[in-house]
Design a protein around this ligand. Sequence first.
Ligand code: ACO
Length: 439
Amino acid sequence: MGKDSLTITDNRTGKGYEVPLRHGTIRAMDLRQVKTSPDDFGLMAYDPGYTNTASCESRITFIDGDKGILEYRGYPIEQLAEQGRYLETTYLLLNGELPTAAELAGWVRDVTHHTIVHENVKELMGGFRYDAHPMGMLMSTVAALSTFYPEARHVRDKAVRRRQIVRLIAKMPTLAAFAYRRSVGLPFVYPDNDLSYCGNFLQMMYRVSEARYHVNPVLERALEVLFILHADHEQNCSTSAVRSVGSSESDPYSATAAGIGALYGPLHGGANEQVLRMLKEIGSKDKVPAFIKEVKESGGEVRLMGFGHRVYKNYDPRAKIIKRMADQVFEVTGRNPLLEIALELERIALSDDYFLKRKLYPNVDFYSGLMYQAMGFPVDMFPVLFAIPRTSGWLAQWEEMLEDKDQKIARPRQVFLGPPRREYLPLEARSGAAALAVL
Ligand code: ACO
């Protein structure tokens, strides 16, 4: 075995540099010594979208994208989804170990007793336009929680931090259900502490005038599994947003709101909403080949939503679990007619060179939307359903970031390609009608 270092030769100067390697990485700052002259700024790495840049060391979630492996704190996602509970998973993500029975009971009690929101939150949510998107409402309301808990800004105090973490995990289903009820003009339903985390969420979503809402155990379990699968996914777009905002030591409500903002986009948490829209637009199984042709000929403009992933270059393990679980859900709810189209899309795409060559496989969003729709959730709620469980991952990553001595305020560099220095021209000295028109 050779030395744990990298030798770089700068062909501009002929100089050689030895840069240490640690965990298969070099420190980007070690490149700065590579200069053509003393006043040269030094070498930087150019990496739009951070496709090959590790922004942190983490001990939370492991992904092997080529093999399709996902583990939380070392536990395979398949085992957690089959045998675990969602709140147990949140405990694991936050504390590094599975809870004992007593620890779990304490954790469940803490979360259950913080599900209620301040009455002013209700009024705040009542102020949104009647057709507001629930994800927009959720993002704004989570940000507003920082004004209800001003102590949250003391992010260096672990006890304060932990209180906000409990509040956020506990209140997220309440806010999500309130956002839905607001968007359909139904009165808000208060949390029921006798129900499980997912059972309570379902009753806050769907209870109308019945004295006690009956939660279907199959749907409750399916939701729980979906929450486990979505709880964390290492340094994805929204988690990086949370870490980035949190790195300035802003409070966790603001950082979580930033994560929700990132998750809102169609390339991230909005993808399963787009999958359903795409399936509806395709309309029937016989139109699938024509759609695949359109995707291939569009030069990347038309995408097969729910396919492809920055990290997985294999079948997303979460998609496999969801696909298996879909049958149990459809037994209760009836088969989603769009499933036929989805299965045909998958069948054709997985035997087509275009997709195989680019390693495009179904991701978590390909089947989750079909399940959510069968369970009665409108498509607007899909990203919200993602944000509820991902909050636990965001907060575990946020706390890890704060405790990591290596971390600093996130502040990337740029390669400046704009105009070189030039002198300001008074308006009258500039040519062109546009300048005169504003006078
Ligand atoms: N359909 C068709 N072609 C695709 C797709 C797709 N879904 N995804 C990628 N490609 C093609 C690109 O056009 C590109 O082709 P080219 O090499 O000929 O130019 C090649 O595959 C590589 O694509 P990139 O965009 O460079 O891959 P990247 O890693 O940046 O993107 C992403 C990953 C954003 C997830 C992408 O695959 C995508 O847009 N998928 C659809 C949206 C989606 O399902 N998002 C959910 C992701 S999972 C999650 O966030 C929970």
